[in-house]
Design a protein around this ligand. Structure first.
Ligand SMILES: *Cc1c(COP(=O)(O)O)cnc(C)c1O
Length: 448
């Protein structure tokens, strides 16, 4: 496989961009990332003309794949040719807001911003402003964007910044606990309950694993936060309009969070974020309320058009049936391959998300019959239950070097593009086909 052009581009990039990239995770590919020339349905073609089956899909936004349906394409082009933006409202913002409010019951009002990071920054400020409290509980290993309040590691007793440039005094307002651990969460609320503004969590840890919640965990979070007057914020930047169809993951779990952050899919492939929730809380945002929030590009007409047409297309066509069906086939195919070739590994994911976690221990090859059939559901009767990751520590303990240094390259050599490391999730799009799934399963068979 020739990659001269990518190498030359990376060489140039290293001179003018830190690490040669504009987002840290992109440099994780070794020895250097391939540069993309263009996308085509479920594939990408790199700067040297190599074609890959793409399961990264922009790290989540591309629900429809790289080839946008005509009506989506037309709406974007029409909006762009009317002049990119104005600094004054447009109809398409109202249309997309109405669409979200109609489909996501917990969302009565919404504010659009420009990235998932901006959404979680604003949601945390809103939660603090609304409750008059300072502290935020997050899940260890959870990712909520590149922002001060959530780039925090350690535990609730000893939180510490996970990046240079963040004062320890900021980190002290963030309390990391293990996902799926009710005792740890109860303890934090016993100690700090009166000063906890919100629990901020992904409904499914999709940036670290993927890790599915145990049965009843979200109900527990809902009850505990209610009891203490804290808000429950679901970060649905990945799961929103991906898991649970147009109702999002919260509808799948039957949970009503106070606030929800959106990003990725809701912008149809353009930069986007949003904060939705109960009107009484969202109305605390300026100018209705006193929590300041603003943005030159917020509600950008081209993004709004792309998001609206994407979601409308999904509402009118069998997009979720297609992507979830292929996701199911991938996960159940992988479950069979793993049982045969690497029985200690765990297949995870739901709907159109999938991943194989290189867990080190499993229940012996002969006892796998009753296991979760198409992605870990934390089912207590599954023979894998005692071994499958329940939180970040479980994923971190997997063979992350083997995944990245050995396995990833073997998949790429077979023209299959997987996410850059063991931790990030992979996505099925409307552009993917049965053949993409079959070829990918064959590649796993060779690489595992
Ligand atoms: C991607 C992501 C973010 C950050 O979104 P950006 O658009 O990259 O700023 C926040 N939360 C979750 C759950 C994400 O997956």
């Amino acid at each position: 496989m020739n990659d001269d052009n990518s190498r030359d581009l990376y060489d140039r990039a290293l001179s003018v961009m830190p690490g040669g990239v504009n987002s840290a995770v992109r440099a994780a590919i070794e020895p250097y990332p391939f540069f993309v020339q263009k996308g085509d349905a479920g594939h990408v073609i790199d700067a040297d003309g190599n074609r890959y089956i793409d399961w990264v899909m922009g790290l989540g936004p591309l629900l429809l794949g790289h080839s946008l349906p005509d009506q989506v394409q037309a709406a974007i082009q029409q909006q762009a040719s009317a002049g990119p933006m104005y600094g004054t409202p447009t109809e398409v913002e109202v249309d997309l807001a109405e669409f979200v409010v109609r489909h996501v019951p917990s969302v009565e009002k919404i504010r659009f911003v420009n990235s998932g990071t901006e959404a979680t920054v604003s949601a945390v400020r809103l939660a603090r402003g609304h409750t008059g409290r300072n502290k935020i509980v997050v899940m260890q290993g959870g990712y909520h964007g590149a922002q001060e309040s959530t780039l925090v590691e350690g535990n609730a007793e000893n939180p510490a910044p996970s990046s240079a440039g963040i004062p320890q005094s900021f980190a002290e307002h963030t309390l990391p606990v293990p996902f799926n651990d009710e005792d740890a969460m109860r303890e934090v609320f016993e100690e700090h309950g009166d000063d906890i503004a919100a629990v901020l969590t992904e409904p499914i840890l999709a940036n670290y694993g993927i890790v599915h919640p145990e049965d009843g965990y979200h109900e527990f979070l809902r009850e505990l936060t209610n009891e203490h007057g804290s808000l429950l914020i679901f970060d649905e930047v990945i799961t929103g309009f991906r898991v649970g169809g147009l109702g999002c993951a919260q509808s799948e779990f039957g949970i009503t969070p106070d606030l929800t952050t959106f990003g990725k899919v809701i912008g149809g492939g353009f930069p986007v974020g949003a904060i939705g929730g109960r009107a009484e809380i969202i109305d605390d945002f300026a100018p209705a309320g006193d929590v300041f929030q603003a943005g030159t590009f917020s509600g950008h007409p081209v993004t709004m058009a792309a998001g609206l047409e994407t979601l409308q297309f999904a509402a009118e066509n069998d997009v979720y049936g297609h992507v979830n069906g292929l996701g199911e086939r991938l996960r159940s195919g992988l479950t069979d391959i793993v049982a045969d070739q690497a029985p200690s590994y765990t297949v995870t994911g739901t709907d159109s998300m999938f991943k194989v976690i290189f867990t080190r221990d499993g229940p012996g090859k002969d006892s796998l019959e009753e296991q979760c059939a198409a992605g870990c559901r934390q089912n207590p009767t599954c023979p894998r239950y005692d071994y499958c990751p329940k939180n970040a520590a479980g994923v971190k303990n997997a063979e992350t070097d083997r995944w990245r240094r050995v396995f990833w390259g073997q998949m790429k050599a077979q023209d299959v593009f997987l996410s850059q490391n063991q931790f990030e999730c992979q996505f099925v799009s409307y552009g993917h086909t049965d053949e993409d799934v079959e070829r990918t399963l064959e590649a796993y068979k060779h690489a595992l």
